[in-house]
Design a protein. Structure first.
Length: 223
């Protein structure tokens, strides 16, 4: 039976480089208890007042992890990425400590495969994912882009000219372009759900969902 983890469970973050620091900082802003761990005393001191606890320790040592109480956490993030060996060793230590949910940063597909094989529940490729996201954003009129599995994505974008000034049903968005307009935001107003009778203007923003390739083509339509 899979152990149920509380939505507000404390989080162990190992590594306070850019990715680890951003993760720890955002968790703290979400009022989550965070224990941040790094070998660098300077980074630990820098983050000591920004998260619940920050300690200097070598997480490659399972004894060091036990001394700081790592085994008491249900969720851990291995944010060490510059050293594949250290990342793998730390992840293996957390698996040995039976931490139920381990998120680990990978710098390559082969690194990620190793992390998954030794027991990481979630493997993250922040650099690759950021690069893919930027590529989509610079190639069209998208303002934000979130891709899920199976090439499905949700984007925030300016509406292409062919769908402006008429209802979405008249624009035949789904039939012509294979995507769905989910929401619309007019200047000074909040996003509202789109309906077949929604009329999109030149100044609106839209939220659209669909296949990544179809969204790229849709965003590149004449504006």
């Amino acid at each position: 039976m899979v152990e149920k983890i509380a939505h507000d469970a404390p989080v162990l973050v190992i590594g306070l480089g850019r990715f680890g620091a951003a993760t720890a900082g955002q968790l703290a802003r979400l009022d989550r208890d965070v224990l941040a761990v790094d070998e660098d005393a300077g980074l630990v001191q820098k983050w000591a007042e920004r998260v619940t606890h920050a300690v200097q320790a070598d997480a490659r040592s399972i004894d060091a992890l036990q001394q700081i109480g790592a085994q008491d956490f249900s969720i851990a993030v291995v944010a060490v990425g510059s050293s594949v060996e250290a990342s793998v060793l730390i992840t293996a230590n957390l698996v040995d400590l039976k931490i139920p949910q381990i998120w680990a940063k990978a710098i390559s597909q082969s690194h990620g495969k190793i992390l998954a094989r030794i027991g990481a529940n979630h493997v993250i490729y922040p650099e690759a994912e950021a690069g893919e996201r930027v590529a989509h954003l610079v190639s069209g009129r998208m303002l934000d882009f979130i891709e899920f599995d199976d090439d499905f994505a949700i984007v925030k974008m300016y509406p292409p000219k062919p769908i402006r000034g008429i209802t979405l049903s008249e624009a035949h968005v789904r039939q012509k372009y294979g995507i769905t307009v989910v929401g619309v935001k007019s200047p000074g107003k909040e996003f509202t759900y789109a309906t077949a009778d929604t009329v999109v203007s030149n100044h609106d923003l839209i939220i659209a969902s669909g296949n990544t390739h179809d969204l790229d083509k849709f965003s590149a339509l004449q504006s």
